[in-house]
Design a protein around this ligand. Structure first.
Ligand code: ADP
Ligand code: MG
Length: 721
């Protein structure tokens, strides 16, 4: 409601508008004590006259409000008998059947046998009840009824409805409600029925002075704010859509304004300038010329984006999106070296300790191989006190040029010498607030540059909201001459012959002059260590030269094993996931992954990305001991079926055990009225984004008055996304 809730009218206490008893009731049942709070409870749905029994929107157990006509009334025999007590009569219901003109439903009424003499076919009723189910058919239970006379006058009533019309002007109001083209349906609460809520809201709206239009401009097809507010509660003959769309637009605009102002605020911050130092002394140039591969066009473009941003005195705020294997790390590394070239530090934040460790190793490896002088320091929560102390010292003294770690790095007690750049890998686990915390870590009150990287394709709407204050760069293609990799799940226990066939394929490929990887889990024992699989490979591939590579080998041994494989002295390499990163062997056409079930979705995808790079198609065998019809097996089969990053992200979301993924944020915003749906309202959000940018640029003070900067609550929401 565009800051409307903060206006004096909206903040008027309900007890100044309604009688004290009503205000108390609303406070107790809804927790609302101001006009704005009550009005922000929009109806759950609206029943068009004659369609009030539409149960498609209601669930069993929910309260329903309806205007219906009696179709039939069947008294129980017991109701007719003189010698039956009232108590006994109450055990048998009056079998009433009602219709709204479209649907017909039973409405058994207990304990009100006298109604049998009042209700006849054709009698109109207002009903408050609960949607029930009997033998699979919907019915209305616990019904309170009010007879509506032919002239619209109230007749006999029961229960809550009787109390309601006995109240001061209850009946007149009720009659007004019944005459509307759409009846607002609110969920009833304890002590406050849906119909009473509608009545109170109607009273408040009658009191509410005409609201001034807050926006100088809004999409022409939409009604003004005052109309929208009223008609969202009590729609005119055309229904509630236009009103709701206006409120949705306002909600989207508020969010987009907050983001636009955030951008503007960012522009006012001062960042450490890190211009490129040029070819001679620069680490950037040195790494570039010593990389074991050529940067792709996409990587060069993104590198330019980042290099330009880093040179400026305003903080970079950039999102780098690119699927697994698209080569984001090296691009980020070039940025970090640019920062180091002017003597400042960079931080690379990973979502897990494992990934942090992996990054530190990859980066150190690349820098060592290129002979670039830079100290890379790892800092994670599980390091020993001594290790941590050494790392912290390197960080505060400026000795450490590149600091890699998990969010342990965000904790107090980590002091930087001169932080120039923060790179966040896998953004979706870091919220807006965490990003903000890092921004305070620069030297002399400066704000470090921020680069966030994600492999998860972000739906457009989310990109415009949660990530709406970021500039976006994309890596669209994978590096190298990539060919489709065909993935086959090989159940080693269920189908031993498949495994034998997989080894045959490897032999055939090797005989044709290609190479193969056998990826082995890190675990020892269980016959699946690198050593075990080395033996297994030699048994299954007689006459083939097999090498091996694992993390416990010395750097020299590792280098030699890798060099042998690259040169072709060995044609098969049995290795741990160290090959996941930094290995480019175009001759490799086939891969066997042992115990594939023990890897994550993106890890498997990244592994198979090692093959099919030399213009030849690749084949990946995912060996597994899982059984068919288990979730683990289903996950592997799903991964085997697609190479598409978006679908893989979906699989990841579906099968991940922790609920820390994008999905949640798409169900709707908690800020504002929560009308906006990130899954559906792309067009509203796009329009609001455009308008917000214009408004924030032309009149920032006005924009600020319309909204507030992202409040704590909203930041919380964005975090949860
Ligand atoms: P991600 O985007 O998933 O983080 P990485 O940065 O880990 O991807 O890169 C995946 C692999 O591709 C790494 O082994 C990396 O060394 C390699 N790589 C990166 N850029 C190129 C390139 N231009 N040509 C060939 N291989 C590349
Ligand atoms: Mg990565």
């Amino acid at each position: 409601m565009l800051g409307w809730l903060a206006t004096a009218t909206a903040m008027t206490p309900l007890k100044d508008v309604l009688e004290p008893k009503a205000a108390r009731k609303i406070k107790e049942s809804l927790g609302a004590s101001s006009v704005g709070e009550l009005l922000s409870h929009l109806p759950q749905r609206y029943a068009a006259q004659g369609h009030s029994l539409n149960v498609d929107y209601a669930q069993v157990g929910e309260s329903i409000t309806a205007v219906v006509e009696v179709v039939n009334v069947a008294k129980h025999q017991a109701h007719e008998q003189q010698n039956v007590t009232w108590k006994d009569k109450a055990r048998y219901p009056l079998r009433v059947t009602v219709t709204d003109g479209v649907r017909t439903m039973p409405m058994p009424i207990f304990g009100q046998a006298w109604l049998g003499n009042v209700l006849h076919p054709g009698t109109r009723l207002l009903v408050l009840g609960t949607l029930g189910e009997f033998q699979g058919q919907p019915q209305i239970t616990n019904a309170d009824v009010l007879v509506i006379g032919a002239d619209g006058q109230p007749g006999a009533a029961t229960g809550k409805l009787k109390k309601l019309i006995d109240g001061a002007d209850g009946m007149a109001e009720l009659r007004g409600l019944l005459a509307l083209p759409f009846l607002p349906i609110h969920r009833g609460r304890k002590g406050l029925s849906g119909i009473l809520m509608a009545l109170y809201i109607r009273r408040v709206l009658r009191w509410l002075p005409r609201q001034p239009e807050p926006l100088p401009e809004y999409p022409g097809a939409l009604p003004g704010f005052d109309t929208a507010l009223r008609e969202a509660h009590f729609p005119g003959p055309d229904g509630p859509m236009a009103a709701l769309n206006r409120l949705k637009y306002d909600e989207a605009l508020e969010l987009q304004l907050a983001l636009a102002l955030r951008r503007a605020g960012n522009a006012e911050r001062v960042a450490p300038e890190c211009p490129p130092v040029g070819d001679g002394p620069g680490r950037v140039a040195k790494l570039e010329s010593h990389l074991p591969f050529e940067l792709t066009r996409g990587q060069r473009l993104v590198h330019e984006d980042i290099a330009r941003d880093l040179s400026r005195p305003t903080p970079m705020n950039r999102l780098l999106q690119g699927e697994v294997g698209s080569g984001k790390t090296v691009v980020a590394l070039l940025g970090m070296l640019q920062v180091l070239d002017v003597g400042r530090q960079s931080v690379l934040l990973a979502p897990t300790e494992v990934l942090a460790g992996q990054h530190a190793r990859t980066i150190s490896g690349l820098l060592d191989d290129a002979g670039v002088d830079a100290k890379v320091v790892l800092l994670t929560g599980s390091m020993s006190v001594g290790e941590k102390r050494a790392a912290l010292l390197d960080i505060v003294s400026g000795e450490a040029g590149i600091i890699v770690g998990t969010h342990a790095l965000l904790s107090d007690g980590v002091e930087f010498f001169d932080l120039g750049l923060v790179v966040i890998d896998e953004q979706h686990r870091f919220g807006v607030r965490q990003r903000d915390r890092l921004r305070e870590r620069g030297r002399d009150g400066m704000t470090p540059h921020v680069l966030v990287m994600t492999a998860t394709p972000i739906p457009r709407t989310l990109a415009m909201t949660v990530f709406g204050d970021l500039d976006v760069s994309e890596l669209k293609e994978l590096p190298g001459e990539r060919q489709e990799v065909k993935t086959i799940v090989v159940p080693t226990v269920e189908k031993p012959t498949w495994e034998a066939r997989a080894w045959e394929v490897i032999k055939e490929q090797v005989d044709e002059g290609h190479r193969a990887f056998v990826v082995s889990p890190r675990i020892l024992g269980e016959g699946e260590s690198v050593e075990d699989n080395f033996d297994l490979a030699r048994r299954n591939l007689p006459g083939v030269d097999v090498g091996f590579l694992h993390g416990r080998m010395s750097p020299e041994e590792k280098g030699a094993a890798m060099a042998d494989f690259v040169s072709g002295r060995t044609s098969v390499l049995v290795a741990t996931t160290v090959i996941e990163v930094g290995v480019n062997v175009p001759e490799a056409t086939v891969m066997m992954i042992r115990r594939a079930e023990s890897y994550g979705v993106s890890q498997l995808h990244q592994l198979r990305g090692r093959i099919g790079r030399g213009g030849l198609p690749g084949r990946c065998f995912m060996c597994t001991e899982t059984w068919s019809n288990t979730p683990e097996r289903a996950r592997l089969e799903a991964i085997a079926e697609t190479n598409d990053g978006f679908q893989l992200a979906e699989i990841d979301v579906r099968t991940r055990k922790h609920g820390d993924v994008l999905g949640e944020g798409q169900s709707g915003l908690t800020a504002g009225l929560g009308l906006l749906n990130l899954g559906e309202d792309v067009r509203v959000i796009e329009r609001a984004r455009k308008d917000a940018a214009k408004l924030a640029a032309s009149d920032p003070d006005f924009a600020r008055r319309l909204t507030y900067d992202i409040t704590d609550e909203e930041a919380g929401f964005l975090d949860r996304s």
